[in-house]
Design a protein around this ligand. Structure first.
Ligand code: C2O
Ligand code: CU
Length: 599
């Protein structure tokens, strides 16, 4: 195992992710940030300098469990203090297993502002994957808004009738590139309409002289080298490629299709799954997959890779990339044109049945360890409610508000009650809650408008095996329910099952899968349904569990899990190892300084 060192500087910079120049948060002058590539067992050292002038910053290593290093999880208010403008902080952690991951900002809405990049971990030296491939293609998917995240956040916080939803993104990006209001392929009337609505078809080529390839479409030529130039993947015929696909969207659920090719799913969120073939793949924010793609024997160049919006009525054009066959090792310079075919159509956006079927196809790879029996079940009711004139998302009627001092520091220095509300969260919600009715129309006996904004946590004894049943319900608007991709920090969990309507122990349909459930770190809660997961609380620390939709998290859709914090010995160990800079803010500033002083 190796130590891999990186030096990053984070700053605001002008960039044109979709051919419109905006400000993004970049790393070392790049957007998306640099890709981290390592081997399982390696230690990553990222020395991060915050060159943003007006706000703190943290980076979360999404999917990395941070075993024994909870302070390196990069969640503001939970695992560490934000790094102040002008200051530096070094993240040190082990990437303990192979897989497709990514990293992103985890303070305010910095992820939506463009602070993200890929993190890819190969198997340890001398080890092999249980499948073979000749090459790799990496797709980091995101969505992009033209409105600054500060305006988005302020809009979500407005009171009463002034609430401003962020709306649908302007553009879907592949590896940070997209074309606003413009499609490279002819994709029918619906999309022409979106294109017209987007008015300014601003897709103008920057006409660089060193342009390696010009792609022509209805709204102008695109140079492959410009910031918004389409992604072109070169492949050779008759080979197998591993496509790594990860989604760090702010809002959108996506569906990925490669024209003319089926793919075999082999990995989900850094865990091997029993291989299965699909013609297209759903991916929600926070998820990642690896799929194997066999190129045709005699590929006819080129093919589309299409990434369209599902789950919400799309108002955003699909993103398109090009899969270009090259014979031998020489790229055919003549093949500078786009595919002439129509890109594959995105499945119907509201076909929840289809999406649930896809999710259910994921099973642990044969031979994987089975889950152990559970000790505890927590039901988490997901509702949208009004609190003091603000629209909030809440779990069991509690909407998450993060404290100024990190929870982890509060536990390490034993000052919990100075930092957050220490009344533990309820393991269940009021029985009789009608999930088919909005919160303001609940039957008698169920309190309406009972939601509070609070910093409370769930606590777990070390080693507890916990089931969580996420229960969806109607939103404030009757008969509407949305999907929410829930992401757990610090762990993988088994996905035991999905069902429709209200969860009930004796009538789970189908029964929970404890035979071959897949391990993941993100799972979808479908509209009007439930999702059951199981995890082992064996990683002492304080961890977030939240909806990965950025505006939903901003509106309180998450919970905080304090794990193994009752164990004095473990706490003492962590206290000795925590870098003091991680806790030099708020109520823990003095303790951290004191602890760092040599005796
Ligand atoms: Cu990728 Cu807490 O998030
Ligand atoms: Cu959500």
């Amino acid at each position: 195992a190796k130590a891999r060192h990186f030096k990053w500087e984070i700053s605001n910079m002008f960039w044109s992710p979709d051919c419109e120049e905006k400000v993004v948060i970049g790393i070392n002058g790049q957007f998306p940030g640099p890709t981290i590539r390592a081997r399982a067992g390696d230690t990553i050292h990222v020395e991060l300098k915050n060159a943003l002038h007006t706000e703190g910053v943290v980076i979360h290593w999404h999917g990395i469990r941070q075993i024994g290093t909870p302070w390196a999880d990069g969640t503001a208010s939970i695992s560490q203090c934000p790094i102040n403008p002008g200051e530096s902080f070094t993240y040190r952690f082990t990437v303990d297993k192979a897989g497709t991951f990514f990293y992103h900002g985890h303070f305010g809405m910095q992820r939506a502002a463009g602070l993200y990049g890929s993190l890819i971990v190969d198997v340890a030296e001398g080890e092999e994957e249980p499948f073979k491939y000749d090459g790799e293609l990496n797709l980091l998917l995101s969505d992009w808004y033209h409105e600054a995240v500060y305006a988005q956040a302020a809009g979500l916080e407005r009171k009463d009738d002034h609430f401003q939803w962020v709306g649908e993104p302007q553009t879907v990006l592949i590896n940070g590139r997209g074309q606003f209001g413009c499609t490279l392929g002819d994709v029918g009337d619906f999309q022409r309409e979106i294109q017209r609505d987007a008015k300014a078809a601003v897709c103008e080529d920057e006409k660089k002289t060193n342009c390696s390839m010009i792609l022509r479409s209805e709204c102008g030529p695109f140079c492959r080298d410009t910031q918004c130039g389409p992604v072109v993947f070169d492949v050779q015929p008759g080979k197998t490629y591993r496509l790594r696909i990860a989604s760090t969207t702010s809002l959108s659920a996506l569906n990925v299709q490669v024209e003319g090719h089926d793919v075999t799913v082999v990995e989900a969120d850094g865990n091997l799954v029993e291989p299965f073939d699909v013609s297209n793949l759903d991916i929600y924010s926070g998820e990642s997959y690896s799929v194997l793609l066999k190129t045709l024997k005699e590929g006819e160049s080129p093919y589309w890779i299409s990434v369209g919006v599902i789950g919400r009525e799309p108002k955003t054009l699909p993103a398109l990339a090009v899969l270009r066959y090259v014979a031998g090792s020489t790229a055919q310079s003549s093949s500078s044109s786009l595919p002439t075919t129509a890109p594959p159509e995105t499945p119907t956006w509201n076909d929840v049945e289809r999406s649930r079927d896809f999710a259910k196809k994921l099973k642990a790879r044969a031979g994987a360890e089975k889950p152990m029996p559970t000790n505890r079940r927590i039901d988490m009711l997901n509702i949208q409610d009004m609190v003091d004139g603000q629209i909030k998302w809440a779990i069991n009627h509690v909407s998450l508000e993060l404290p100024a001092t990190p929870y982890l520091g509060a536990y390490l220095y034993n000052i919990q009650d100075q930092v957050f509300n220490t009344t533990v969260l309820p393991d269940t919600f009021k029985s009789g809650y009608d999930i088919d009715k909005p919160p303001q129309e609940q039957p008698e006996g169920v309190p309406t408008n009972a939601t509070v904004v609070s910093s409370q946590v769930y606590t777990f004894k070390h080693g507890e095996v916990v089931d969580v049943v996420l229960q969806n319900a109607d939103m404030r608007k009757d008969d509407t329910s949305e999907s929410h991709p829930w992401h757990l920090h610090g762990h993988d969990f088994w996905v035991l099952g999905y069902g429709k309507g209200a969860y009930s122990v004796d009538a789970t349909d189908p029964p929970l899968n404890v035979e071959d459930p897949p391990l993941r770190n993100t799972v979808v809660l479908f509209p009007h349904g439930w999702t059951a997961i199981r995890f082992v609380a064996d990683n002492p620390g304080v961890w977030a569990f939240h909806c990965h939709i950025e505006p939903h998290l901003h509106m309180g859709m998450g919970v905080v899990l304090a794990e193994g914090m009752e164990d004095g010995k473990k706490l003492e160990e962590l206290r000795k190892k925590v870098p003091k800079e991680a806790m030099m803010c708020g109520k823990t500033a003095d303790d951290a300084a004191l602890a760092a002083r040599p005796i």
